[in-house]
Design a protein around this ligand. Structure first.
Ligand SMILES: [Zn+2]
Length: 363
């Protein structure tokens, strides 16, 4: 069985208002989950709107990233409060935490992305981190969210860097799926890869304009928001696991093992992961176009103020055994890096990353 999409997707202007009658049908006492200070006023609007419809709303905030400590604490509170749904409003980690809680509580989940930073509002997956932000594991859920509310005015209030981070995460869909699944003969997977290519092209064409003019009246902005929040999720839904991740995400997971006070966003790290994956393809899979792709991507990423090296993420790989730590986490047995269809060793990863970090990228 494949988990392809949420049951209902509301999108565009006033998507939140349009979703309310559907939410009322499935819930009387929702848990409303969020995290950051920046989204608090939006979450209180959401809470008030629900209360006005006579729903008994239980508000709860995560203290950390999506971690077991928070999940256990809030799970117990939600049981006490007899919550019958989870409405999760925030960025990717808040959405993941809400989806996991809903699954543990066996209640429907309603995702309300408050930024366009990931496709977590769509997918049947949850990434779990430690309290200090190290990636631990991803958990496959039994279903996609029941309702996804992609409200443009909610998302428009998010900081600009969440959009560029989401763009880098969406780009990864093409660079990861095309290498892991291009020889797959399944027609649906082939089509998912082609959607990833069209998505990448749309990002190349419209992302800069969207980033520089983040307005609900800017078609480029609405297209990119939906590309990140919806289309990227659909590709994973129809393409399956191997269409979602390969080396770029494996390197992301490994980089999160090293503390950096810059606290980069998920997509910002994945973007650097794409560049490193391409270097690996160049050296170990004879990809003659890798250098050209890297140049094109670096130019594009710079326009969006995205980091292009691990050092720009705040980590010096040549200190504290960091290079070794990143390579060994990226190559651990259960890592998605092993979806790559060619041979390489931990030593190759060390070599690629150390060359990558030493080079002067001057585009
Ligand atoms: Zn991602």
């Amino acid at each position: 069985m494949q988990l392809i999409s949420p049951n209902k997707v509301f999108r565009g202007k006033n998507a939140w208002e349009k979703s309310l009658p559907e939410i009322v049908k499935i819930s009387k006492s929702p848990l409303l989950l969020g995290r950051s200070l920046i989204t608090r006023s939006l979450r209180s609007k959401i809470s008030n709107d629900l209360s006005q419809l006579n729903l008994k709303v239980f508000n709860s905030e995560l203290e950390f990233d999506c971690c077991e400590e928070d999940l256990n604490r809030i799970y117990n509170l939600a049981i006490e409060q007899k919550c019958d749904s989870v409405i999760t409003a925030g960025g990717g980690k808040v959405l993941d935490a809400g989806k996991l809680l809903a699954e543990y509580l066996s209640v429907p989940c309603i995702t309300v992305p408050l930024s366009a930073s990931t496709c977590a509002g769509w997918t049947a997956l949850g990434n779990v981190y430690t309290t200090d932000g190290k990636f631990l594991k991803d958990i496959k859920l039994k279903s996609c969210p029941k309702i996804l509310v992609c409200d443009h005015s909610f998302i428009n209030s998010a900081p600009k860097k969440t959009l560029s981070s989401g763009i880098a995460d969406s780009l990864a869909k093409w660079y990861e799926s095309s290498i892991t699944s291009s020889s797959n003969k399944d027609g649906i997977i082939q089509q998912a890869i082609q959607i990833a290519r069209v998505l990448r092209d749309q990002l190349f064409i419209q992302a800069e304009h969207a980033y520089n003019h983040p307005s609900e009246d800017n078609l480029a902005w609405t297209n990119i928001v939906e590309a990140n929040s919806l289309t990227a999720g659909l590709i994973g839904g129809i393409g399956g696991e191997k269409c979602r991740t390969a080396a770029a995400h494996a390197i992301h997971n490994a980089i999160t093992q090293i503390y950096t006070n810059k606290r980069p966003l998920h997509g910002e790290i994945v973007g650097v992961g794409i560049l490193i994956q391409l270097r690996l393809e160049e050296s170990k899979n004879n990809n003659k176009l890798a250098n050209q792709s890297i140049n094109q991507l670096v130019k594009f990423m710079k326009k969006l103020n995205l980091p292009i090296t691990i050092s720009e993420l705040g980590i010096n790989v040549f200190e504290n055994d960091n290079l070794q730590k990143i390579a060994s986490f990226a190559c651990r047995k259960e890592s998605e890096i092993h979806f790559l269809p060619f041979e390489f060793s931990e030593e190759d990863i060390i070599q690629v990353i150390s060359q990558f970090e030493s080079q002067k990228i001057t585009i």
